[in-house]
Design a protein around this ligand. Structure first.
Ligand code: GLA
Length: 663
């Protein structure tokens, strides 16, 4: 990441950013003037323009029509609304697929996916690349130095996967680089199994649909390749932009915990980390899930501020049953992002579409127009964000780190394992939840991160771990850290080969414990803490033995350890050989926090209330259905209202306070 460019480049003169995707090509020009007027009234200071405008700019191969975009940018610039200008390469026009069908993606069954929707491109197609890059070059040449241009938005939600012959050829090139020669590849993929040995590079294809289970090492390399192939294309676009506009930051919008793209390897390639986030109003775990995603974005940004590129004012249109958001909900969610490090709050989209596949998606200006309850809330929110300008750039300090890794996620969830009910993101959320409930801030980090600054490191699952990363976890504990490791961790190496011997082989010493069998459970499993208190575990158990660790909980029937705690070196390592019910995981978390000497932002936080400290501001957000009283001590000022607070703060459902506190 270029140190010089970042969110501060955008916020230093504007404070927090507020706006959304603006698709003026869907509207006659007379609507544009009204849009800009409404944007100003709502305090909009950033809009994303042009994400799906390829066909409008290049109506036929090689043509260019920038006139309309000149006028849009002119209007926005006159109104001092900054533009996040998109390279429109996520949705090629029909002429590309019609004339060059090889640019269209192919699924794992060999079926081509057609135009008439969006995202229909093969990232490895030379024709797609050439056409996309030529358009990006002309776009950058035209708008370099334009007063409206504040940020580049490369593509949209990268995630395409393609199994065509060109992708297979690119996969082979990638494999040659990774493995060197065919013997090394055969070894890494374990191709002596099921007679899969490759005798020539050309025999290797993408993991296309096959009669039975696919080789897991091949599948793992495929995940890696797909993420890298997209990254290569992103970089090619970015380099064109960077060369022409070195002072304009560049981003591409992420999708939270999105499996196909390893965001740890992407984040350093952009100046601003941005994310699209659509909490499901029908899911009671949404507030914690969303907080986790925001913490991931802050981690990807290396602790610096990030941009919430897309969220929705109310219902989306792509769930089977699209529950709307009650009044106050999108504001609550927006402020949750601010509390967790976002310096920009943008929405999909500005004005609700009249036509097209997203005509039932909520927007900042609904079909019913600006004189509506929803738009009034948008306007009020845009205005109140100005009161939080001083929060921009402030850090969110955390003493707890949670390790998450894409390669391990990919490797864990291959088919043909002991239980497909043990999933990486479910594990992540279950360990995050008790920390969130206690108002403990967490940094999401990759396994290679420096850990010594953290009092507690939680590893919900690290099925795949390298020797170096396992050694770093061991060192962390020896040096005085507190580590919590969840089940089925440390099982395979980077090739997805099982590490033989008692598990988890590379962590056995630090955990002071080891196991010999994985025992997915047919039903709930009774457990008890050392003091006899009972709890239930589910789904997964392991046959473990203590080797220096103390068994702090055991499986009631077998008497074998279920949770182990090992004092070693200067630190403490915990191992959880099962999936405890939430209350028990809460108890375990409380004990590990005590070991680490970490406390939440507010003691005695009522259920449903989220507490986060950002800089000198304590955010309290009530996600619950009841009013809640939060014990805050000392005088403070609510930045959102200017009101003074001293003593307990009462929060109505969906209410937020942003208390500037001392100390
Ligand atoms: C994503 C896309 C947008 C739009 C929204 C709808 O975030 O980037 O173009 O499709 O989803 O929720």
């Amino acid at each position: 990441m270029t140190a010089r460019l970042g969110m501060h480049t955008l916020t230093r003169d504007r404070g927090l950013l507020f706006g959304g995707d603006y698709n003026p090509e869907q509207w006659p020009e007379h609507v544009w003037a009204e849009d800009v007027e409404l944007m100003r009234a709502a305090g909009v200071n950033l809009v994303t323009v042009g994400v799906f405008s390829w066909a409008r700019i290049e109506p036929e191969p090689g043509a260019r029509d920038f006139g309309w975009l000149d006028r849009v940018l002119g209007l926005l610039s006159a109104a001092e609304i900054a533009v996040d200008l998109a390279t429109p390469t996520a949705s090629p026009p029909p002429w590309l697929g019609h004339r060059w069908p090889e640019t269209l993606p192919v699924d794992e069954s060999g079926h081509r996916l057609w135009y008439g929707s969006r995202n229909q491109f093969c990232p490895s197609s030379p024709v797609y690349q050439e056409r996309a890059l030529s358009l990006v070059t002309d776009l950058a040449d035209r708008y370099a130095g334009h007063p409206a241009l504040a940020l580049w938005h490369v593509g949209n939600e990268y995630g395409q996967v393609c199994h065509c012959d060109e992708s297979a050829a690119a996969f082979r090139t990638w494999l040659r680089e990774r493995h060197g020669d065919l013997d090394a590849l055969n070894e890494a993929w374990g191709t002596t199994f099921w007679s899969q040995r490759y005798s020539e590079w050309d025999e290797i294809v993408t993991p296309r649909r096959a009669p039975y289970l696919i080789n897991p090492a091949q599948q793992l390399d495929w995940w890696r390749f797909c993420s890298d192939a997209l990254l290569a294309h992103y970089r090619a676009e970015r380099d064109i932009l960077r060369e022409r506009t070195p002072d304009t930051p560049i981003t591409t919008n992420f999708m939270g915990l999105f499996k196909p793209v390893d965001y740890w390897s992407w984040a350093g390639e952009e100046d601003v980390v941005s994310n699209d986030c659509y909490p499901d109003p029908g899911d009671p775990l949404s507030p914690a899930r969303t907080a986790l995603t925001h913490d991931l974005m802050r981690g990807l940004a290396g602790g610096r501020p990030w941009l919430l590129m897309e969220q929705s004012t109310s219902a989306v249109n792509w769930r089977p049953h699209n529950v709307p958001k009650p009044p106050g909900q999108f504001r609550l969610e927006s402020l949750q992002a601010v509390a967790r490090g976002a310096d920009g709050l943008c929405y999909f989209q500005w004005r609700a579409s009249r036509f097209g596949a997203e005509r039932f998606h909520a927007a900042m200006v609904p079909h019913a127009g600006p004189d509506t309850r929803l738009h009034a809330e948008v306007r009020a929110h845009g205005q109140e964000l100005r009161r939080l300008a001083s929060v921009a750039g402030q850090p969110v300090p955390a003493q707890v780190a949670m390790v998450f890794d894409w390669a391990s996620w990919w490797a864990l969830e291959e088919r043909g394992r002991p239980s497909d009910r043990l999933n990486a993101t479910d594990q992540l959320l279950s360990y995050y939840l008790p920390l969130w409930e206690r108002g403990v801030s967490v940094d999401l980090v990759p396994p290679s991160a420096g850990l010594s600054g953290y009092a507690l490191v939680v590893v919900p699952n690290l099925f795949l771990v390298s020797d170096a990363d396992a050694a770093a976890l061991t060192e962390y504990v020896r040096g005085g850290g507190v580590l919590v490791v969840g089940p089925f961790s440390g099982i395979v190496d980077e090739r997805a080969h099982i590490r033989t011997g008692r598990f988890p082989a590379p962590l056995r010493e630090v955990l002071g414990a080891s196991g010999e069998e994985w025992l997915p459970a047919a039903e709930d499993t009774p457990c008890r803490w050392a003091d006899g208190t009972e709890f239930t575990a589910h789904t997964w158990t392991e046959l473990m033995a203590a080797e220096g660790a103390e068994a702090v909980a055991e499986f009631t029937e077998s008497g074998r350890p279920a949770v182990l705690r090992h004092r070693t070196g200067e630190g403490v390592a915990w191992y959880v050989a099962t999936m405890p019910e939430p209350a028990a995981l809460g108890e375990l978390t409380a004990r590990a926090l005590a070991d680490a000497g970490v406390r939440g932002a507010v003691p005695g936080l009522p259920p449903g209330v989220e507490a986060v400290r950002r800089g000198d501001v304590l955010f309290l957000l009530n996600h619950g259905a009841e009013a809640a009283s939060v014990p805050v001590s000392g005088p403070a000022e609510d930045l959102l209202t200017g009101a003074a607070a001293d003593g307990p703060v009462t929060l109505a459902p969906r209410a937020v306070v942003a208390l500037r506190v001392q100390g």
